[in-house]
Design a protein around this ligand. Structure first.
Ligand code: SF4
Length: 509
């Protein structure tokens, strides 16, 4: 590793300091810009998406087809539940040994000729790529399969410096042109209808006449991007897994663009976050099996690239230099909190989305950022703060479907309940907002009533006439001071008699 690229102190990249979330930069005036963080618009966007016929049709189709496909792919394991448990054990071990594994990974990656840069923050990671591009006089880069670069706003940072960024994955390319966050972790633009893509490509000059033929549209995008690949000087990709034992980085994909991106340019930059490391190649192979089955219901993706260092003497393909950026961006603070650490087990397979009744009603846009669905509900509050993401962890039925299928072994509902309590208690690290005095008192009274039966019965009798004043028919959909709560909920009117009174009347009590 060149010392030029090493800034964090040895031996471990972990820093125990308070987290400062990475902010995406503002409007950069460039056409090729990243998404903005809109997590606080969850309710408005969800309401809009609920009435969007195209979203509804697509999600109805996905929920009836993809979940079954995933189940059948998982059943190709001799013992699916043992395979799931093994994956969870690997992720648990990876986190338990994280500092040691990262050091091992670095040593091995460097031994293969890679340069490793430890970035504490989004700014440090972006600045590293900018400096590198400036030194090599690079004018454009292609980028693919990297959610973490969305997290840190790399596209904006590069664009602000006059460097064009081209998303190499077709779905990401369309989402980039539309300036929208990904609709789904696997299919970022899966919801965009073909006529909209056609109009977009026409406007951007990728096609000369309108067409709704998906093959023609795909070919147009390929022609356009291939020409970028041919003259590529810098490729940027994510990392699905980093293997401590060998120093190899692994990417899975179905379009072949990552392969192009990694084999054509002189300079390759691979971005990974600290939790991407796994102990051995054997572990990585098992997680890969789980990832592909969960993600796209494939036993293995069409392309799997494993890279150990840059091109060696005598090799035809591969970059002349490989930089691996290992990004913290607040994760060491998450890691230091044993209650939150489990959120780092996510392998980004997206299986939790397919099962989630909330995601399947509203799709990916309401989550307002790179990470959506249950995994976004888990990760976004940790990266952005509870104050900006409260609708996310509250928009959950606590049904536990995501937990039951998660190959990383994350207990999503437990974390959502934890976020809620950290929020109401005003947790400083995660920017919780302690509740207003009136709300705290109301909750104290409610909890006091719920602890004693006679309190509760007396309370219900006393409150019934007042509460029912607001009933329309048999439904209460608004009450003074509770406008926020009723914004997306309603209640049945309180019955004329309590359950206990009815039992007494029938002589059963
Ligand atoms: S527990 Fe919540 S996030 Fe998980 S699947 Fe159920 S509704 Fe979705």
């Amino acid at each position: 590793m060149s010392s030029e690229h090493r800034r964090l102190p040895q031996p471990s990249p972990f820093r125990q300091e308070s987290y400062s979330p990475g902010e995406l930069s503002g409007e950069c005036g460039k056409e090729w810009q990243s998404m903005k963080i809109n997590t606080n618009e969850f309710v408005e966007v969800a309401q809009r998406e609920l009435t969007n016929k195209r979203t509804r049709t697509l999600l109805d189709m996905i929920s009836s087809v993809v979940d079954n496909l995933r189940d059948s792919a998982m059943s190709s394991f001799p013992d699916p539940s043992a395979a799931l448990e093994y994956g969870r054990a690997i992720r648990a071990e990876s986190l338990a040994r994280l500092p040691e594994l990262l050091d091992q990974f670095e040593k091995n990656a460097v031994a293969h000729g890679a340069s490793v840069f430890w970035a504490r923050t989004a700014d440090e990671a972006n600045q590293f790529v900018l400096d590198l591009a400036r030194k090599r006089n690079i004018k454009y880069v292609t980028k693919g399969k990297s959610m973490v670069t969305e997290e840190i706003g790399l596209n904006d940072a590069l664009a602000a410096d006059g460097i064009d960024v081209f998303e190499a994955d077709l779905g990401e390319f369309i989402a980039q042109l539309l300036k929208r966050p990904p609709f789904h972790i696997v299919g970022p633009a899966i919801n965009v209808p073909v006529d909209e893509i056609s109009a977009l490509f026409l406007k951007k000059g990728l096609i000369e006449r309108a067409t709704q033929d998906p093959v023609e549209l795909g070919a147009a995008a390929r022609r356009y991007l291939r020409q970028k690949f041919q003259h590529l000087e810098m490729g940027i990709t994510g990392v699905n897994m980093a293997v401590a034992e060998t120093g190899a980085i692994i990417n899975v994909e179905n379009e072949g663009n990552i392969r192009f991106s990694k084999s054509s340019p002189k300079t390759q930059v691979s971005f990974m976050t600290i939790e991407k490391v796994v102990p051995t190649m054997r572990d990585a192979m098992h997680l890969l099996r789980l990832l592909c089955r969960n993600c796209t219901a494939q036993k293995i993706s069409a392309y799997v690239s494993m890279d150990s260092g840059p091109k060696k003497p005598g090799e035809i393909d591969g970059p002349e230099e490989l930089f691996i950026v290992i990004l913290d961006n607040g994760r060491s603070a998450i890691y230091a909190n044993e209650n939150l650490r489990e959120a780092l087990r996510c392998i980004r397979c997206g299986a939790c989305m397919y099962g989630c009744p909330i995601y399947m009603k509203i799709g990916g846009y309401p989550y307002g950022w790179a990470y959506s669905g249950p995994m976004g509900q888990v990760v976004n509050p940790l990266l952005l703060g509870l104050d900006r993401t409260q609708h996310l962890y509250r928009a959950c039925t606590l049904c536990g479907k995501c937990k039951s299928i998660c190959p990383g072994g994350i207990d999503h509902p437990k974390l959502f309940l934890l976020y809620r309590s950290m929020d109401v208690e005003g947790d400083v690290q995660l920017k919780g907002q302690s509740r207003p005095w009136l709300e705290q008192k109301a909750m104290n009274i409610l909890s006091c009533g719920a602890r004693r039966a006679w309190h509760w019965n007396a309370g219900v009798k006393g409150a019934r006439p007042v509460v029912n004043l607001h009933a329309r028919g048999n439904v209460i959909s608004q009450m003074p001071l509770l406008g926020g709560w009723f914004r997306c909920r309603d209640l049945p009117a309180v019955g004329r008699k309590t359950f206990r009174e009815r039992m007494k009347e029938t002589g059963q009590y």
